[in-house]
Design a protein. Structure first.
Length: 445
């Protein structure tokens, strides 16, 4: 609960920091309403819509509304999926407004000791340090491989965790060993004729928990004729920080990544996680007020490409034979990949190019699945409502495979499959893992 003094400070900073032109760009037309998951799932509450949240932000700026608990709740419940942006006739950058508002509130609110401790441990002590990410992942691996996981499940100890976390434990992938995480390449040659030179953004979670997906990504890029550089100086993209009111930390991570990639002389910087890619793509906005970094961030942004776009552009799906056993596949969009990076057709084209696959479009495949970073942990009730709706739509396709392109979405869809009791008949898989599975030219791999 914010004190009166904290509310006054928040109100002052809203007046000084929020982009008033952007707030005024919203015409209150309502085109955003049908695209907003929280507006729909909350029973059409205006305060839980993009239009309503912008109105509240402007009211705080104008001193007409206090930034009280109800105001904070409105911001907290937002997924940040940015589905409102593509349909906005005024082109309002809602995501930028949301991140600025959350940062102002977070930096001027006194958190309880437990919350403050957890935030510091996660945002300052863990994600910026890849060696610590590896250590945590190594502990998970020890839990999985030592037999402790079987004991915990067999004895029912897992039920001591909240339901969502207990389910999440079941859908975690088999994580790599410390040796595998430490032994990462810095350069890989193209396979066959080289068509381009690219850099790979390996990420933090992707290069630990989802290391096999990163390996698959690099193999596909090699098959597509890409020489790959993987700079050691890169760090976490900063998305979780930026979305959670830790803007200054996000800026520091952004600067570190720009420095790591800017002198590599590459055609593209490749990402395979929609959430990371979108935040990297927004570095120019994040650093817009810093003259020494603004142009460097803009140059960095110009090279960011999702793996699917690069594979399609290279003709990968035409020159590499792709085949799977007969199956029905559907695709769940990563919100940020679609709404920020504008990548929607390339993943579908790649899936449909696989022989043996019957592709069925999921109804509202572009609507958020409820993962949204750590949203499914801190806003479990709303997240599960969205997931239940998503699984109804997924089941309607009669697909045996759900494909997505973001680690959070992948875990969320795996969780949905587990909750529905469909683990024996349905699976969720990252796009690049599916494509590598489909490669049927032994000489190429």
């Amino acid at each position: 609960m914010t004190t009166l003094k904290e509310q006054q400070k928040i109100q002052e900073e809203f007046a000084g920091r929020m982009d008033k032109d952007e707030l005024l760009n919203c015409m209150r037309c309502g085109f955003c309403l049908p695209t907003c998951p929280t507006y729909i799932e909350s029973g059409y509450q205006e305060s839980h819509s993009p239009r309503g949240r912008i109105a509240l932000m402007k009211a705080v700026v104008d001193g007409l509304v206090e930034p009280d608990e109800d105001f904070e709740r409105s911001l907290d419940l937002c997924l940040g999926c940015r589905a409102c942006e593509p349909v906005c006739p005024s082109g309002v950058n809602y995501g930028h407004l949301l991140e600025e508002a959350r940062d102002i509130v977070n930096q001027n609110k006194k958190h309880s000791w437990p919350v403050k401790t957890v935030r510091k441990a996660v945002f300052s002590g863990l994600f910026p340090y890849q060696n610590r990410m590896q250590s945590i992942t190594g502990m998970i691996g020890l839990y999985q491989r030592s037999g402790l996981q079987k004991v915990v499940r067999r004895t029912g100890m897992i039920k001591l965790l909240p339901e969502t976390l207990a389910s999440m434990e079941k859908v975690l992938p088999a994580v790599p060993t410390m040796k595998e995480m430490k032994n990462r390449p810095e350069h890989l040659p193209a396979i066959g004729n080289q068509t381009s030179r690219v850099a790979f953004f390996s990420g933090c979670l992707m290069d630990t928990v989802f290391l096999e997906t990163n390996n698959a990504t690099m193999k596909l890029l090699q098959l597509a004729g890409c020489e790959i550089v993987i700079p050691k100086g890169q760090s976490c993209c900063g998305a979780l920080h930026g979305h959670s009111g830790e803007k200054e930390s996000a800026k520091e991570l952004a600067k570190k990544n720009i420095q790591a990639f800017e002198d590599l002389n590459v055609d593209y910087i490749i990402t395979n996680a929609g959430g990371c890619g979108a935040f990297l793509f927004d570095y120019d906005h994040l650093l817009k007020d810093e003259p020494l970094w603004k142009e460097r961030a803009a140059a960095f942004k110009e090279k960011i490409k999702d793996i699917a776009e690069v594979l399609v552009a290279s003709g990968f799906h035409e020159k590499v034979k792709l085949e799977l056993q007969q199956q029905v596949i559907t695709y769940q969009d990563s919100c940020h990949l679609r709404n920020v990076m504008k990548t929607a057709s390339a993943p579908r084209l790649l899936i449909q190019s696989i022989k043996g696959v019957e592709y069925k479009e999921m109804q509202q495949a572009d609507r958020c699945c409820g993962s949204a970073g750590i949203y499914n942990i801190i806003e479990s009730e709303m997240s599960m409502k969205l997931l239940d709706t998503k699984m109804t739509q997924a089941k309607a396709t009669q697909a045996s495979t759900i494909v997505t392109a973001n680690p959070g979405c992948l875990l969320q869809m795996k969780l949905g499959i587990e909750r529905e009791g469909l683990s024996d008949t349905m699976r969720a898989v990252h796009l690049v893992d599916l494509l590598l599975e489909a490669v049927k030219e032994p000489a190429a791999v």
